[in-house]
Design a protein around this ligand. Structure first.
Ligand SMILES: Cc1cc2nc3c(=O)[nH]c(=O)nc-3n(C[C@H](O)[C@H](O)[C@H](O)COP(=O)(O)O)c2cc1C
Ligand SMILES: Nc1ncnc2c1ncn2[C@@H]1O[C@H](COP(=O)(O)OP(=O)(O)O)[C@@H](O)[C@H]1O
Length: 310
């Protein structure tokens, strides 16, 4: 897959089949469309192109709303690459871009830059300044500019019944199982292991504290989770606490993981944790002793869950 930082950076003499979207999560619904894109390209001897945008339109147009995304742009790129497409165009979504008229967008971006011969798009897709053009307008433009529009019907979309919004909601409620079933993979978070207050080791539960690279990355609801990670090539399981650690008088939100059957220094390492299951809410315990006993219970619960999974 080739990657381009804007539509104007795309250089290719071959004609293409294009699909357009923000694709946050690259969930099972997105994957069905991307599969169709890749298959159509093969069948019709075209190059497959995904046009996606970054930052997310809502990060630019509604700056007062603190939108969180399921994937960082790095994760989105990797997930899209795994679908086997030929070209990924990550176009900067700016105010100027949002002001392009439907005609300018279709002519300059889709036709002249991306050489679209075919566009595969959802029935409810809207585009151009104030999103005032729809799929019927796109079909009309197709007559002028000689491209075909393949519509993904409401039924096809409803049958999958998945959306990035539903996944964000599930994660905000700690409903990992629902989120993962919609995503088709385990929701994950990556970051560097940084120093905390060094209290963990004093209760025999050292925790690797993750520092997120991107502040727009969605973090699931505060609470305790079972996670999986790969550390130095080895699969490890852990129990992760997300929250402010009120029991030890914390105020800052942290994401910390105690890995089971593990005892090595992780400071400065980049790790990824994939969420498997929610255990419980974060609580304020009366003492660190009680907290320790509760973490022991979390550990027992996690081990039983993982054994049950085989
Ligand atoms: C599995 C697990 C569950 C936890 N649950 C809670 C909790 O319910 N309430 C709380 O205040 N802290 C909780 N903690 C966080 C501890 O307070 C924290 O790990 C400890 O303060 C160590 O912090 P440090 O990494 O800065 O040394 C939990 C930690 C783990 C590993
Ligand atoms: N089983 C383990 N799980 C997580 N971290 C571990 C484990 N064993 C050792 N460590 C190391 O201990 C560090 C955490 O110790 P901790 O006392 O909680 O200090 P801190 O407050 O700096 O996180 C981790 O960053 C890692 O380097």
């Amino acid at each position: 897959m080739k990657k381009y930082p804007s539509a104007s950076a795309y250089k290719n003499s071959r004609q293409s089949v294009v699909t357009i979207g923000t694709f946050d999560g690259v969930h099972i619904g997105h994957k069905a469309i991307l599969k169709r894109l890749v298959e159509t390209a093969k069948k019709e001897n075209l190059d497959s192109v995904v046009l996606t945008f970054f930052p997310h339109p809502r990060m630019v147009l509604q700056q007062n709303v603190d939108i969180k995304l399921i994937n960082t742009i790095e994760e989105r790129t990797e997930l899209l690459e795994n679908t086997g497409l030929d070209h990924l165009v990550i176009h900067p979504f700016t105010h100027a871009f949002s002001r392009l008229t439907a005609l300018e967008y279709v002519r300059d971006i889709l036709v002249n830059s991306l050489k679209a011969k075919k566009i595969i798009i959802g029935y409810d897709h809207r585009f151009g300044r104030n999103r005032n053009a729809d799929i019927e307008d796109l079909k009309e433009f197709g007559k002028t500019y000689n491209f075909e529009v393949e519509e993904i019907s409401a039924k096809e979309i409803d049958d999958v019944a998945v959306s990035s919004t539903k996944i964000r909601k599930a994660l905000n409620e700690g409903d990992i199982e629902t989120a993962n079933s919609y995503l088709g993979y385990d929701f994950m978070i990556s970051g560097e292991v940084v120093k905390g207050k060094a209290i963990g080791r004093t209760i025999n539960y050292p925790t690797a504290n993750l520092k997120l690279k991107e502040k727009y990355k969605l973090v699931p609801k505060n609470g305790v989770y079972i996670v999986e990670s790969t550390i130095e090539g080895e699969k490890k399981f852990g129990i992760t606490s997300i929250g402010t650690n009120p029991t030890v008088g914390g105020t800052e939100k942290t994401i910390e993981t105690h890995f089971l059957n593990f005892n090595k220094d992780l400071y400065g390492k980049e790790i990824t944790i994939a969420f498997l299951k929610y255990i419980r809410d974060e609580e304020t315990f009366d003492s660190v002793e009680i907290l320790k006993r509760e973490i022991e219970k979390d550990e027992t619960f996690a081990k039983q869950f993982l054994e049950g999974r085989g």
